[in-house]
Design a binder for this molecule. Sequence first.
Ligand code: C2E
Ligand code: CA
Ligand code: CA
Ligand code: CA
Length: 275
Amino acid sequence: AKGRGRGVFSHFEPGMDEAAAARRELEMDMRTGLSEGQFELHYQPLVDVRSRRTVAYEALVRWRHPTRGMVMPDLFIPLAEDTGLVVPLGDWVIRRACQELARWPGHLRIAVNLSPAQLRSAGLISTVMQAIAENGIAPDRLELEITENVLLKDNAVHAALLHKLRGLGVRVALDDFGTGYSSLNYLRAFPFDKIKIDRCFLKGLGESDETLPIVRAVIALAHAMGMTTTAEGVENEHQMRVLLAEGCDQAQGYLFSRALPAADFPELRRQSPVD
Ligand code: C2E
Ligand code: CA
Ligand code: CA
Ligand code: CA
């Protein structure tokens, strides 16, 4: 591998072609997958920290690939983002999630992830409006999660979009808080209902006190600004003890459940349309 320049280069080029070919193949596969219904949603509960009752489920997309098996979103969402395929995929996720929600008990909410390309796409507002109307769901049962990094560019455009979404009555959450380039200014500029504290701040919480000041401050800040908080990546009771003491509203993580098909949650089992 440490050969002369020419040798390295001649080995490098075919490698690039292969990578590009693999991407093109994956892209074509995704198009087929979308038209053939290979994508599905799994759901992870968000529980109220005090009562430990489930209050919402986050929809997380999976790709049931005919030969590769179950493919996780980290493997195809970035590519889908680059190729623009994430817009039709994301629209499908919104519609599917709202269809699903219509069958759930009325006290439950659903959370859906929005990608940067979806936020830039012209059709987002009408997709959300239609999905709500067609399924007859109360708009405030739909929560849209947006990663903070997305908001870097086009501040004014994004602020207007978020105001429009909230104008529809849906809720907007700031996802992965603390991992990106967000400044406190974001919280002033954008109208969020909720902050989701990234799981990196939950690591070791309750065992060492390294991240406790951050978690405490984020919860206090959110509450002072009229927002609620969800802690992500909660895996043990140490973390829950701290979250309860600090007044965090909701928790999500493997302690309660990983993401599973709706049929695996008794309270989500299909109810007859009349009832
Ligand atoms: P995210 O929105 O931050 O979702 C949480 C991720 O953390 C999920 O991974 C979930 O399974 C995982 N997780 C949950 N609890 C724990 C825990 O206690 N410990 C650990 N270590 N991990 C936990 P998943 O399902 O692989 O999703 C990864 C990312 O893919 C999501 O991160 C989200 O950014 C993206 N994604 C998933 N579905 C969609 C979608 O429909 N649209 C878009 N645009 N992005 C999606
Ligand atoms: Ca999320
Ligand atoms: Ca997250
Ligand atoms: Ca994430």
